[in-house]
Design a protein around this ligand. Structure first.
Ligand SMILES: NC(=O)C1=CN([C@@H]2O[C@H](COP(=O)(O)OP(=O)(O)OC[C@H]3O[C@@H](n4cnc5c(N)ncnc54)[C@H](O)[C@@H]3O)[C@@H](O)[C@H]2O)C=CC1
Ligand SMILES: O=C(O)[C@H]1OC(=O)[C@H](O)[C@@H](O)[C@@H]1O
Length: 260
C-alpha cells in the first residue's frame, strides 16, 4: 500500500484554506487534517486555535507538511490580534513542528511584506522587505521564523506571498489585476509547494496567476517547482467590462495599495 503524505491545513474554514483543502481533497493523494478555530463537522474541519500550543502539538503529530492559512483578521491591530494570535500562533506551529519532525511548512505570507515598493518597480522575491503595515511586518517576521527553523532545525519553509484572492474567484480592481490569483492556480501552487524538492530549505515566492500586468515575474517558478498558472486577471476584467460588472479604479503609488 502506498502511504499518502500527511498534511495539516490550518485556517481550513477560510476563503483560501477552504479552497485549497477542497482542491487537494479532490486529488485523493493526501491524508488531510483540516482545522480551524471555526470547526465544521460537515466539512471535515477539526477544531484548532493556533494560540493553543498543546492542540498544535497534537495536530502536528505524524504530519509531513503543514499549510498554514489560519489568521485572525483585523490586520493592523498589533497588540490585540497580530502579536498575540498570528505571531504567537506561528511560533507554536514551528515549535510543534520541530518537536514532531514535520518536514515542511508552507506559510500564507502576503504581498504586503513588500507593499512599499513603488508601482512600476519590478521586484524579485529575494529583494529586501518593504512592509506596508503591521500586517505586512508580521508576515516578514513569520517568513524569517521559517528561515530560523530551516537553518537551525532543518524544517523546509516555503512562504507564498499571496497577491489577491477574493472569495468569488474574480479580480475586482485595477490593483488586483497586478496580483490576483485564481482558486485553481492557488490549489496548483499549494500542491507544487507540497511536492517541491525536499532539499529546498527555504523559499519565498509571489503567489499570483499568470496576469498580463503582474508586478512580479513568476515565470521561473515553472522550472523551479513546476507551477504553471492557467488564469489571467486581464481576461476576466475584459469579461467583467462586457458584462458591466463594476471594477474599482484604485491604482496607488505603492504596490500594497497603501498611501502614506
Ligand atoms: N485573501 C487574500 O487576498 C490574501 C490572503 N493572505 C493570507 O492568506 C491567509 C488566509 O487568508 P483568507 O483565507 O483570505 O482569510 P480568512 O479570514 O478567510 O481565513 C482565515 C481563517 O483562519 C481562521 N482563524 C482565525 N483565527 C484563528 C485561530 N486563532 N486559530 C485557528 N484558526 C483561526 C479563521 O476562522 C478563518 O477561517 C491569511 O494568512 C492571509 O493573511 C495573503 C494575501 C492575500
Ligand atoms: O492585497 C490584497 O489585495 C490582499 O492582501 C492580503 O494580504 C489580505 O489578506 C487580503 O485581505 C487583501 O485583500
Amino acid at each position: 500500500m502506498v502511504m499518502k503524505r500527511k498534511l495539516l491545513i490550518t485556517g481550513a474554514a477560510g476563503v483560501i484554506g477552504g479552497a485549497v483543502t477542497a482542491g487537494l481533497r479532490t486529488l485523493e493523494r493526501y491524508d488531510i487534517t483540516a482545522a480551524d478555530v471555526r470547526p465544521d463537522e460537515a466539512r471535515g474541519i477539526a477544531s484548532l486555535d493556533v494560540t493553543d500550543a498543546q492542540r498544535m502539538e497534537e495536530l502536528t503529530t505524524g504530519v509531513d507538511t503543514v499549510l498554514h492559512f489560519a489568521w485572525a483578521k483585523d490586520q493592523d491591530d498589533f497588540l490585540g490580534k497580530v502579536l498575540p494570535i498570528n505571531v504567537t500562533g506561528a511560533y507554536h506551529l514551528y515549535e510543534a513542528a520541530r518537536r514532531n519532525g514535520v518536514k515542511r511548512i508552507i506559510f500564507a505570507s502576503s504581498n504586503h511584506a513588500t507593499g512599499f515598493y513603488k508601482v512600476g518597480e519590478k521586484i524579485e522575491a529575494t529583494d529586501p522587505y518593504r512592509p506596508d503595515s503591521f500586517y505586512g511586518l508580521s508576515k516578514c517576521y513569520i517568513e524569517l521564523l521559517g528561515q530560523l527553523y530551516a537553518d537551525k532545525h532543518g524544517i523546509s519553509s516555503i512562504n507564498i506571498r499571496i497577491g489577491n484572492f477574493p472569495g468569488d474567484d474574480r479580480p475586482h480592481s485595477d490593483r488586483a489585476a497586478h496580483i490576483w490569483i485564481s482558486a485553481r492556480d492557488m490549489v496548483q501552487l499549494a500542491e507544487r509547494c507540497i511536492e517541491a524538492d525536499e532539499n529546498i530549505p527555504f523559499l519565498c515566492l509571489y503567489g499570483t496567476s499568470a496576469n498580463t500586468d503582474n508586478y512580479y515575474d513568476i515565470g521561473y517558478l515553472k522550472e523551479l517547482i513546476g507551477y504553471d498558472p492557467q488564469d489571467d486577471a486581464a481576461r476576466l476584467m475584459d469579461e467583467a467590462e462586457r458584462r458591466h460588472q463594476p471594477i474599482k479604479h484604485d491604482e496607488t503609488a505603492y504596490q500594497g495599495g497603501v498611501t502614506k
